[in-house]
Write a protein that binds this ligand. Structure first.
Ligand code: GLN
Length: 256
């Protein structure tokens, strides 16, 4: 068995250790003797349908407005159609913060310039300007039942449906009528600090504002992504000893 990860813009979108998410996926596969290939997709990478047909999981991290502007042209001209076909055909993916924003209709950045997004996710994001307070801090949220009710979700993990992480974004995201949230906020801002939603769950793609990296204290989410990518039920993955991580997760649940 092999998991093939397409890791987009590793050098440009790696805010707050987001590249750790790929390391965690690789580690949790190797502990189960699942081979993993990580294919880095950068500005110079020319995609094709054959390459994308061989990808089981796409990951893209977050970045400051400047990095988003640096990868934006390549994303929208060279990568967009391949990501769109991959996502709407049910490909599994995880997008964090800055990349999550660009998968929507548009991102109005802090300087007032607007980046037209890929329009794959029905959402829009607006940064109110650098004089406005950022959405920063520890986050506690509960994943949507569209995730926790999936046969690939590990119910026996001991982590339940809770997620903990860290957020730091200026952009406020509003989900469109065709969207459903990834999680519901219990503590923190999430999409916009107003409607109690965090991220998006669209087909088999997840967008989230959680850094940390998000998978570091949420191994149940990591295992869901692995099982889903390999088209396995949760029971298809050997259980790992996550005792220490569970302690860290539970401590984070109580952070104010
Ligand atoms: N630059 C975007 C914002 O400020 C995304 C930040 C991030 O990826 N953490 O909202």
């Amino acid at each position: 068995m092999k998991l093939r990860i397409g890791y987009f813009y590793k050098d440009l979108l790696n805010l707050y250790g987001d590249n750790g998410n790929v390391e965690i996926l690789v580690s949790r596969c190797k502990k189960r003797n699942i081979d993993v290939d990580v294919y880095e997709v950068g500005l110079e990478t020319k995609l094709n349908k054959f390459f994308m047909s061989g990808i089981d999981l796409v990951f893209m991290g977050g970045g400051p407005d400047s990095s988003q502007k640096e990868m934006y042209k390549d994303l929208t001209t060279s990568k967009a159609s391949f990501l769109r076909d991959y996502i709407i055909s049910g490909g599994v993916s995880l997008f964090v913060c800055g990349s999550y924003q660009l998968l929507g209709h548009y991102y109005k950045s802090a300087d007032g310039s607007t980046l037209q997004g890929l329009g794959i996710f029905d959402l829009s994001t607006e940064h109110p300007g650098n004089s406005a307070a950022r959405c920063v801090g520890n986050v506690v949220c509960t994943m949507s039942s569209t995730i926790t009710g999936d046969p690939s979700f590990p119910h026996e993990s001991g982590f339940g449906g809770s997620l903990v992480g860290f957020e730091n974004h200026g952009g406020r995201t509003n989900l469109g009528t065709k969207s459903s949230e990834f999680a519901v906020i219990r503590r923190g801002f999430g999409n916009n600090g107003k409607d109690g939603t965090e991220g998006i769950h669209f087909m088999n793609s997840i967008g989230t504002y959680l850094h940390g990296p998000v998978l570091s204290k949420n191994p149940h989410l990591a295992d869901f992504l692995i099982a889903k990518s390999l088209e396995l039920p949760a029971s298809g993955l050997a259980k790992l000893d996550d005792g220490l991580i569970l302690n860290a997760h539970n401590i984070a649940l109580d952070l104010n």
